[in-house]
Write a protein that binds this ligand. Structure first.
Ligand code: AHR
Length: 322
């Protein structure tokens, strides 16, 4: 069994102090007052995203003292910036952002700062000046890529192997960092990248792009790195339609660890899955409260992620939460 962690830490988060900076200006104050939070979600591209949205909605419930204004941007950066503008205009107490892409944030975050509205990032990192947001809570995408790449290096890296890659949303932190991590782990092996294209983190695009790869390279492909489960699941249809056996003719490594991904692993259609924990809501809500109360928070909180082979997937599935 190749589980990387000792136990399934669904909500266990490890605090990592990166800069020791304190939170930005708090608006509204804590106590018994209902806290109004605007949440700018990426969209609804994947099973991971559905679990993350549910976790956030549960944590930011009225029972917990929040009023949540939820916006899903359909993975369009311009929609997301517009949502954040709208939150500022509505005078919310705090803004939480799961950024579609890493760039283009400085102006709107400066506006939030001028309005004394603290911004907390969840899930995805951005390139903006860190003084413009109070904290980030999420997963270590680079490490996820490294873990997936280490598995590939160990499993097929000593024989000539042709890989194709299904990338996530272009310009998003997970697409950038997972690619970097994976590349660093396969350096010096016999794995060659035949092609790498975006499948936008969706099943539909994963299938379409994989069909294109198969038309172009046919049986040359031995390995697929799908940067999330959904794209890998979409690719399964394309591989089977091409008369090939996923998991055997083409080895498949993915990232997320959703129930559907672990089921494909348990069935032998995927070969390895690296976890990305989406259950961040409780920790994000706690940081939002602390920021509003003027308490010092860490600049970054990194979730613990596991990794699964077939045996570990079989063991995890009966109690898997997402
Ligand atoms: O940012 C996390 C990524 O976004 C997940 O891996 C993917 O499934 C999602 O859409």
């Amino acid at each position: 069994m190749k589980k990387l962690g000792a136990a399934l830490a669904a909500v266990g988060l490890m605090a990592v102090a990166l800069t020791g900076c304190s939170a930005g200006g708090a608006g509204g104050g804590g106590g018994d007052k209902v806290i109004t939070v605007g949440f700018a979600q990426t969209g609804s591209e994947s099973g991971w995203r559905a679990a993350n949205t549910q976790s956030m909605k549960e944590a930011f419930s009225s029972k917990n003292g929040f009023k949540l204004i939820f916006n899903a941007a359909d993975n369009k950066p311009e929609n997301q910036i517009a949502a954040v503008h709208s939150f500022i205009n509505q005078g919310v107490d705090a803004i939480v952002i799961a950024a579609v892409v890493t760039t283009g944030w400085d102006d709107v975050l400066k506006e939030a700062k001028d309005a004394n509205i603290p911004v907390i990032l969840e899930d995805r990192t951005i390139d903006a000046d860190p003084s413009l947001y109070a904290s980030w809570i999420g997963d270590d995408f680079k490490k996820e890529g490294e873990t997936a790449g280490s598995w590939a290096a160990k499993t097929v890296g000593s024989t000539p192997t042709n890989m194709v890659v299904l990338e996530g949303t272009t310009g998003s932190a997970p697409a950038i960092d997972r690619a970097k991590g994976f590349s660093s782990s396969i350096g010096g092996t016999s794995i060659t990248t035949l092609d790498s294209q975006t499948g936008n983190f969706t099943r539909a695009d994963g299938k379409t792009v994989m069909e294109g790869f198969l038309q172009k390279y046919g049986k040359k492909i031995n390995l697929l790195f799908a940067q999330n489960d959904d794209m890998g699941l979409g690719a399964l249809d394309a591989i089977k339609s091409a008369g090939l056996t996923p998991g055997q003719d083409i080895k498949i490594v993915t990232i997320d660890g959703t129930k559907d991904g672990l089921t494909a692993l348990s069935n032998g259609e995927f070969n390895y899955v690296v976890e990305c924990n989406p259950l961040l809501g409780e920790q994000v809500a706690s940081v939002v409260k602390d920021v509003i109360d003027g308490k010092k928070v860490e600049k970054a909180y990194t979730a613990k992620d596991l990794a699964f082979d077939q045996a570990a997937a079989k063991e995890a599935l009966p109690t898997r939460k997402y």
